[in-house]
Design a protein around this ligand. Structure first.
Ligand code: DC
Length: 218
């Protein structure tokens, strides 16, 4: 078993930015589990399957083989042998991932892949149910959050820097909806594990959060 750090929290809390920096500093492998759900979401979107078509999703999920490889330390996601990493970070893929992730067969499809990565390597893994469900015995568990307004502002800034047109109010609405779905679903809802340390990054800088987590990792 590798050394395992679990980071869970809502969309836009900064999990991936923080986890990537901690991984670099500590020599861990960064595992982004959201990207795996996004990969399945892209598969269903390309097949024209809607999020409500649970039966079609359940059966299509069986045909979708998600694989992870690392290139210069960066996670690459493969879907049935094709590298689809560049297709994952869209709002459409994120929303679809949030809508299909409550389906037990979808979660089941990714569980073993996530656990096997943590068995083989020292990892910092981020997601929604890592500390509660995937790695219940993780060495360190963090619940990273920030206020809805802070998360929306960060997302707005990020999109503006990329030159993507966006509306702040729309982003707030989107984040609230995503929180509702991720926290209130029946299967593996997002919640803080009993033994997780709560980190609210609303009034913290990125280096401050990174430093705090590094200290916790011993
Ligand atoms: O972290 P992210 O935005 O890339 O995740 C996209 C969606 O995938 C998220 O809204 C819920 C789902 N997800 C999940 O259910 N469990 C995980 N471990 C990671 C993501």
């Amino acid at each position: 078993m590798g050394y395992n750090v679990a980071i869970d929290g809502p969309a836009g809390a900064g999990k991936s930015t923080i986890a990537r920096l901690v991984a670099k500093e500590k020599g861990y492998v960064y595992v982004d589990t959201g990207a795996m759900y996004r990969a399945l979401a892209v598969y269903f979107l390309e097949k024209g399957i809607a999020a409500e078509e649970t039966e079609k999703i359940t059966s299509a999920a069986r045909e979708a083989e998600v694989g992870i490889r690392y290139q210069d330390g960066a996670q690459q996601v493969y879907l049935n042998g094709e590298n689809i990493t560049s297709k994952l970070r869209t709002e459409e893929a994120g929303n679809m991932a949030s809508m299909i992730s409550p389906i037990p067969e979808v979660r089941e499809r990714l569980l073993e892949l996530q656990r096997s990565l943590a068995r083989e390597k020292d990892v910092i893994m981020d997601g929604r149910d890592i500390g509660t469900n995937i790695l219940p015995n993780a060495d360190v568990k963090i619940y990273l959050t920030a206020s809805v307004e802070t998360r929306a502002k960060r997302r707005y800034q990020e999109l503006k820097e990329k030159g993507t047109s966006c509306d702040y109010k729309e982003i707030v609405k989107d984040i609230r909806e995503r929180d509702m779905r991720d926290m209130n679903r029946e299967t593996a809802p997002l919640r803080q594990a009993e033994d997780a340390i709560l980190v609210d990054s609303s009034d913290m800088t990125i280096p401050e959060v990174v430093e705090m987590i590094i200290q916790l990792c011993g």
